[in-house]
Design a protein around this ligand. Structure first.
Ligand SMILES: CCCCCCCCCCCCC[C@H](O)CC(=O)SCCNC(=O)CCNC(=O)[C@H](O)C(C)(C)COP(=O)(O)OP(=O)(O)OC[C@H]1O[C@@H](n2cnc3c(N)ncnc32)[C@H](O)[C@@H]1OP(=O)(O)O
Ligand code: NAD
Length: 713
């Protein structure tokens, strides 16, 4: 809906009303059409202001309408009518003007924005392009290079930046609506010549072809198979080379292809999934809406290695005070230097001063005595962590939350070391912790709803997307990774090469194939995990361990000192630090290994690589759902998209399975199990069978069947 009133004598004020973000639903669009008509037809009204209620201009088209039968007036003619009005129309931007919201503002003759507002065209992140004139008006207003950068990335910018880019005309610290009303009065009689953006020429730099060639190359490289960024460049190319009307036609054609694409559906599923995970629930029945988080002011981080540094930076950037603790003075000094550098670089990027003063460094654990919440990030060593929890429980105030960043260890075991196990939760960050948006909040069997709510809330304050998960070895993300990595090794035994396996996964859209990832995180890290599980038998290369097929290839590389990037050799060779090159040594090593074990190398197709690696990972996801470790498939998908480089435009592993067809996933797992009966991760999970037996319902209906499965246990 849109409300109409006359203010300050002769200004027509149109207020969009559709909480929480005034999305442009059919009712809002109808409201705008009606109220604009009314304002333009009222002889008393000399100028018009458009704003949104509750301090938010507009979050764009109503995404929930996509994929439904859309009714109501379309956006393009609605915005065109505003631009062609003979009375000045001013957009008063507060909160956000995003997507269709910014396109509406670009159709107005002036834009006045609050200093704290953000603007952007994030359609590309939903698999779309700004199809209400955004691709044609923005470059006319701000020039092609800035428009290309904003539209192909969907980046949201501050209004200070928007002012520099001429996207807004004025920025104010006061009410944008009051300022816009005053401004509208002052321009009531002014000519609108030059104010209609669509009538301006698109400024083209002399090297426009090179500009587009570079833009296309950049998006093709970073999009990893996503089609929307490419279409965005094509639409902008139309703005540069065609008259406005033809450019609009091209924008519409390109949008028509994107709008019904599987990629757009996947990205929009992901958008809502990332919001849905905030509405967590625990097996006890405790829920997000009935559990109050406790306010956290003082925090502590113990262990300032790779993870502890990132967590400290992230806490300080969220405005929290941090006591940062290392075991000894030398590593403490090194960490202090590294953290200060990270904060300074962050401040340079974001603007403002680095929050260095919020951090106090100490080599004495006693320093954490009066903090509200501790996050420990010491070595992944159960004995060390148990001892640390005993000390923390003795030192900290009794109501302090004790959190662990462990990647896999038992939260209940650590909680049992504390006098207050109900205040212990896992806060599993991902490297680099100040960059990655994912946080697994792991609740143990004794974690209180308040502790979970507090960790989730703290994560939100830190700009993370928290997903509440249950306690098991590796939680959700790392547990699912295990069968995926295992299949990679089996494929090498059977004839594949690391570059062939990685090539298939990268072609699928992963940022990095599994062997390149293993080289980056360190072959020694995986070795330590397997050692902890009792799987490593130095020197032996027996292919069966603990009663199942096992590949010792990773252990053999470890024994050769090939730890990956850090040693310059791993599954690949690294002559310069980051570039992975196929290594002839490894091929010889694999041939020797196969010969020693009587394994005949065979030709392996990419499809087999994908099916074996991805379907076993998905199968583990079904086990996790069946056990109630994740509340729903959306939780798993958010974890994989935000934490493990799963291609965003494929929605996440569980969504992908639903698109491929559960019956196909089941049949292929059965097929590979027949070929490899000694690999338990290929055994289809009973929930998968049950879903197939129920006719493979769409993903949003899985929870009902999961509940039934649990009640049958
Ligand atoms: C046959 C072929 C025909 C083809 C032709 C088709 C023609 C179609 C014509 C379309 C014309 C194109 C128009 C336009 O270019 C397209 C768009 O505008 S797409 C939308 C672009 N906007 C966005 O991407 C913004 C998305 N939102 C956000 O980034 C954030 O929500 C926010 C606005 C910054 C606010 O953030 P927060 O304060 O943190 O709040 P939340 O994120 O938690 O959101 C709160 C709540 O609101 C819901 N919501 C947010 N935005 C929208 C939206 N645009 N539509 C619907 N709902 C929205 C969000 O989901 C939350 O609700 P919850 O999920 O928690 O219930
Ligand atoms: N590295 C990753 O990608 C990653 C990702 C998620 C979680 N984790 C987990 O985070 C934790 C830390 O991992 P990391 O990679 O940062 O390790 P790291 O080896 O880089 O850092 C650990 C730090 O802890 C310090 N430390 C050890 N004992 C201490 C003590 N008693 N008091 C204070 N400091 C002590 C060490 O000096 C070291 O600086 C582990 O539990 C790990 O499983 C790691």
């Amino acid at each position: 809906m849109a409300q109409y009133s006359r203010v300050s004598g002769n200004v027509g004020l149109i207020t969009l009303q559709n909480p929480p973000v005034n999305a442009l639903s059919a009712a809002v669009r109808q409201g705008i059409v009606d109220t604009v008509k009314r304002a333009l037809g009222d002889p008393e009204v000399k100028s018009v202001v458009i704003c949104g209620q509750n301090g938010v201009f507009c979050g764009g088209a109503d995404i929930r309408e996509f994929g439904t039968h859309m009714t109501g007036p379309p956006l393009v003619p609605m915005i065109h009518a505003i631009e062609m009005a003979d009375k000045p129309v001013v957009a008063a931007i507060e909160g956000v003007a995003l997507g269709g919201g910014l396109e509406l503002a670009l159709g107005c003759h002036y834009r006045i924005a609050h200093t704290k507002a953000k603007v952007g065209l994030p359609e590309v992140t939903l698999g779309l392009l700004p199809a209400a004139g955004g691709t044609q008006r923005l470059p006319r207003l701000t020039g092609l290079p800035a428009a290309i950068a904003l539209i192909t990335t969907g980046r949201q910018i501050t209004t200070a930046e928007a002012l520099k880019l001429s996207i807004v005309d004025q920025v104010t610290d006061y009410s944008a609506v009051d300022t816009a009303v005053k401004f509208a009065k002052s321009v009531a009689e002014r000519s609108l010549d030059g104010r209609r953006v669509s009538e301006r020429p698109c400024p083209c730099p002399p090297d426009v072809d090179a500009l587009f060639e570079a833009a296309m190359q950049k998006v093709r490289q970073s999009a990893r198979g996503a089609i929307a960024p490419v279409a965005c460049v094509q639409a902008l190319q139309a703005a540069a080379t065609m008259p406005y009307a033809l450019g609009m036609q091209r924008e519409k054609e390109l949008m028509a292809t994107l709008f019904t694409s599987g990629q757009a559906r996947a990205l929009q599923y992901s958008f809502f999934a990332q919001r849905a995970v905030g509405r967590w629930s625990l097996p006890s029945g405790a829920r997000w809406d009935g559990s109050k988080p406790r306010p956290i002011r003082k925090t502590a981080v113990i262990g300032l290695g790779t993870m502890g540094r990132g967590i400290t930076v992230s806490l300080a950037q969220a405005g929290l005070s941090v006591i940062a603790v290392e075991a000894q003075e030398k590593p403490l000094k090194e960490a202090q230097q590294a953290i200060s550098g990270m904060l300074q670089r962050g401040a340079k990027r974001r603007g403002g001063a680095p929050p260095l003063d919020l951090i106090t460094y100490s080599a004495n654990l006693q320093a954490v005595a009066d903090v509200d919440l501790v996050i420990e990030a010491v070595f992944e060593d159960v004995a060390l962590k148990k001892q640390l929890f005993q000390h923390l429980s003795a030192i900290c105030k009794p109501e302090a939350f004790l959190c662990t960043n462990t990647s896999a260890l038992d939260i209940d075991l650590l909680a049992s070391q504390s006098r207050h196990p109900e205040l212990v939760v896992g806060m599993h960050f991902f490297a680099p912790a100040h960059v990655m948006k994912l946080l697994e909040v792991v609740h143990g069997s004794r974690s209180s709803p308040e502790a979970v709510a507090t960790a989730m809330n703290l994560g939100k304050q830190m700009g993370k997307v928290g997903v509440a998960v249950g306690n098991c070895h590796g939680f959700v993300g790392n547990r699912m990774l295990k069968p995926y990595l295992e299949q990679g090794l089996f494929l090498l035994e059977e004839g594949a090469t690391p570059e062939m396996v990685d090539g298939a996964l990268e072609e699928f859209g992963f940022a990095m194939g599994l062997f390149r990832m293993s080289d980056l995180s360190g072959i020694d890290v995986g070795w330590r995990v397997r050692k902890g599980e009792g799987l490593v038998q130095p020197g032996a290369s027996v292919r069966v361990r603990q009663g199942r097929r096992y590949s010792p290839l990773g252990d053999l590389l470890y024994e050769q000192g090939r730890f990956g990037q850090k040693t310059g050799r791993g599954w690949y060779r690294y002559d310069n630090r980051h570039e992975a090159k196929p290594d002839p040594w490894l091929n010889n090593f694999l041939e020797d290994y196969r010969a020693r074990h009587g394994l005949a190398a065979r030709r392996i197709e990419c499809q087999e690589v994908l099916e074996r690696c991805l379907y076993t990972l998905i199968n583990e996801g079904f086990r996790i759902l069946e056990e109630g470790i994740a509340a729903g498939p959306e939780d798993i998908d958010v974890i994989y998209v935000l934490g493990y480089g799963w291609p965003k435009h494929r929605g996440g592993p569980m969504y992908y399975a639903s698109m491929v067809g559960l019956i196909k996933v089941l049949e292929r797992l059965e097929h590979y199990l027949r070929a490899h009966p000694d690999v338990p991760s290929l055994q289809p999970c009973s929930l998968l069978r049950r879903l197939v037996a129920s006719g493979s319902p769409p993903i949003h209906k899985w929870r009902k069947i999961i509940k039934k499965t649990q009640s049958h246990l």
